[in-house]
Design a protein around this ligand. Structure first.
Ligand code: NAP
Length: 257
């Protein structure tokens, strides 16, 4: 029970890495506020976390809206009285080069992947400062530290998350607040299927297609959301008490090559 007695906000807890982290945190005893726009999925995660013996509240929220961010923090304080952990996880993946990226895609990517991370941090920091302690974990990417092709807005946003993490860590180190980032490599989440990344639905060839697509990774496979959740747990718990300003790559060795 590494998080017993703590309250955590997880933005984007309706699926993927956020959902896996919510379940992992619940197993470790944390009370939770999870957010997202898809209400039925959020309610299902709320119920699954609650069944592990903690209190979990799902808040429907769009983190590109200022008022929704404020409401999430207000509800966390009203329900639990303190916020010990913020996992800034909500994010979108967008593609494009400098030439092909539209204004809309650029702005929506920055709004959720960068501005919401800053805004949620700004809103919880006064509470953490009052407590004299707190932990913020941002969800970066292996593309916080290296670039690739045809994903310019996403890469720019995740690069910004990397340096925002370090800058916030320096600003708040003496407040007892640690700020780190988990930087996942390619992690197989349900959304990949929804987006049609592997359109072949035949279970046998699908497995082969996924295996071939992951050949570029030194470990020869994509990550699992639960593996990222374990790294978030380390950064969120007292086990990382002397770690701040760190970008923890969890990428099967991808950025080592
Ligand atoms: N999977 C990977 O390979 C990978 C690699 C590196 C980094 N990441 C990062 O991991 C994070 C989670 O992504 P995922 O892979 O787990 O995919 P996912 O299943 O699509 O999760 C994204 C989460 O963000 C939420 N979200 C998106 N826009 C939002 C908004 N405007 N307001 C509130 N919530 C919003 C979604 O909730 P709703 O749709 O319900 O709003 C969902 O819960 C992202 O920051 C992503 O960049 C993922």
């Amino acid at each position: 029970m590494k998080l017993k007695g703590k309250t955590a906000i997880i933005t984007g807890g309706t699926s993927g890495i956020g959902k896996a982290t919510a379940l992992r945190f619940a197993e470790e005893g944390a009370d939770l506020v999870i957010t997202g726009r898809r209400v039925s999925l959020g309610k299902a995660v709320e119920a699954e976390c609650s069944s592990k013996g903690v209190r979990c509240v799902f808040v429907e929220a769009d983190h590109s809206k200022v008022e929704d961010c404020q409401r999430v923090v207000d509800i966390a304080i009203k329900e639990f009285g303190h916020i010990d952990i913020l996992f800034n996880n909500a994010g979108i993946v967008t593609k494009g080069t400098a030439e092909t990226t539209t204004d809309e895609v650029w702005q929506s990517t920055m709004d959720i992947n960068i501005t919401a991370v800053w805004r949620m941090s700004k809103l919880v920091l006064p509470h953490m400062k009052k407590q004299g302690k707190g932990v913020i974990v941002n969800n970066g990417s292996d593309w916080s530290v290296v670039a690739s092709k045809d994903a310019l807005p996403y890469i720019v946003s995740k690069g910004a998350v990397g340096l925002m993490t370090k800058a916030m860590a320096m600003d708040h180190a003496r407040d007892g607040i640690r700020v780190n980032a988990v930087c996942p490599g390619d992690t197989f989440v349900d959304r990949w299927m929804e987006k049609g990344y592997f359109e072949d639905s035949d279970p046998v060839t699908l497995e082969q297609a996924i295996k071939e697509a992951s050949e570029f990774i030194p470990m020869g496979r994509f990550g699992k959301p639960e593996e990222i959740a374990n790294a978030v747990l380390f950064l969120a718990s007292d086990e990382s008490s002397y770690v701040t300003g760190h970008l923890l790559l969890v990428d099967g060795g991808n950025t080592a090559q």
